[in-house]
Design a binder for this molecule. Structure first.
Ligand code: DQA
Length: 142
């Protein structure tokens, strides 16, 4: 089985981008840690990142064909993308939403998530551990 770990805009800079908020680990580090947990549990992960909303929508459509679950950090798209919400609503497996930072402690524009209307679980404020915890949780669901 395959689980998509999808990431929205600016997360290609993870590790370099505002490390006081997002930490020093890169997306490659996150991929390595999640792949290890997935392997222990008999599935694979596919790590994806795009700065483009349409690309994320296309990948969600692709997930319909090949993914058993989606772990997604939609980054800023969280707060305004109805297109990503609509795409996730076409996906039948579990959807876990991850935010590295504790978004509810930050600016009010980060408090609302369109994606949460679909998400089966939400992680916020666990740093990059949010991804590994989500991967462990997904192992119990698929
Ligand atoms: C984020 C939180 C969002 O508000 C922000 O736009 C991001 C990252 C997080 O992981 O904490 O880019 O999703």
């Amino acid at each position: 089985k395959l689980v998509y770990i999808m990431n929205g805009p600016n997360l290609n800079l993870l590790g370099k981008r505002q490390p006081e908020i997002y930490g020093h680990d890169t997306l490659e580090d996150v991929e390595k840690n999640c792949a290890e947990i997935a392997k222990e549990n008999g599935f694979d992960v596919k790590m994806l990142q795009s700065n483009y909303e349409g690309q994320i929508v296309d990948w969600i459509h692709q997930a319909r064909e090949e993914a058993a679950a989606i772990i997604i950090n939609p980054a800023a798209f969280t707060h305004y993308s109805i297109a990503i919400l609509d795409a996730l609503n076409t996906f039948e497996g579990p959807v876990i939403e991850v935010h590295i930072s504790q978004v509810h402690k930050r600016e009010s524009f980060r408090h609302h998530s369109y994606v949460s209307h679909r998400s089966d679980a939400v992680m916020a404020g666990f740093g990059v551990h949010g991804y590994t915890l989500a991967t462990r949780h997904v192992a119990t669901l698929i």
